[in-house]
Design a binder for this molecule. Sequence first.
Ligand code: PMP
Length: 389
Amino acid sequence: RLPVCECNSCFSGPDCSLFLHGCLADADGGDPLFLEPFWMNNAESSAIVVAGWHRMSYSYEDHSFISMQLQNHIRKLHLITGNAVTENRFIVFGAGSTQLLNAAVHALSPSRNSSSSSPSPARVVAATPFYPLYEAQTDYFESVEFEFEGDAYLWRNSSSMNMVEFVTAPNNPDGQLNKPILKGPFVKTIYDHAYFWPHFTPIPAPTDEDLMIFSISKLTGHAGSRFGWALIKDEVVYQRMNDYMQINTMGVSRDTQLRALKLMKVVMEDGGRKIFEFGYNIMKNRWENLTNIISLSNRFSLQEISPDYCTFFKKSRAPSPAYAWVKCEREEDEDCYEVLKAGKIIGREGRLFGVEARFVRLSLLKSQDDFDLLLHRLNQLIISEQLSD
Ligand code: PMP
């Protein structure tokens, strides 16, 4: 019997069986707890023990901040997953991909000390709907080097300006495999591949770009360990990102690197099949359940994702996105966030992604309890819609 304090926030009572009727379905946030059961099944093989005297130094034996062993595992993981080319690439580690996003913007912006005249700042853009952190971070770090300028589509004809475009594939919030909008000699592109793993998307071919960013957050689900990496072709860009890491944090925690290494070893034990199949089946089922419910409604619609051939699974696979990108279709439902909130569902407002308030993002990555409650609330909302029609 669970003590009361361990009940999930929607249940109470001595055995946590009393459903709290006012309880909200929290579909905000991107905590990838759908993978928690996988790690419960692999608790022993994924555990690490670190003695007090171990790994005390700032750096490794070769004086770098980056574990060579982990770097080699990352290259191997990309090879077996077939999602990225790592040959002739440098690797930089970050505290999550979050830290690397700004390191990349810095490294791709015109350098202040390389020319006597002051170059104009790089204009940082992303196609809408875009991950809100790009804007938040670029604005927050307010620099003479770069400025956030919003939607990439609006800059298609600015071929003589220094531009940095974030290309998110699959995209957060709508799961599409985005392609760059801008091209030309002054355009630099950062490929954010946080979700480019077989749980969330078919892998059509290995990505082979100049600057690609990955993370364990959505790969293994260990968002709290804060570990990401960038694969970089150009040595100067690599050096600038490395300098950023050196000045910002003197590298990524060695404890985190040790944990990431252990997790990757488990992931690769059987060539990745176990975790990717596990993750894919959960995400695919959630999407099926969600689309079945939404198909009963005229009030809400979802993004369309077509099935595609996956080179990892060697077959065509059904959609399994990390988020639902919901649109409120009725004219009067201009603020979709409020519409869902009235139905006891908390999503993330479309406005934050650079689009109208008619859109809301719902997270499908969280625990099974969270997802079940989301379905329950959506069901109620749609039944009440049908009763009032
Ligand atoms: N990029 C995208 C598109 C994301 O959705 C996220 C997390 N929600 C990140 C980067 C950052 O992830 P982390 O710092 O945990 O690696």
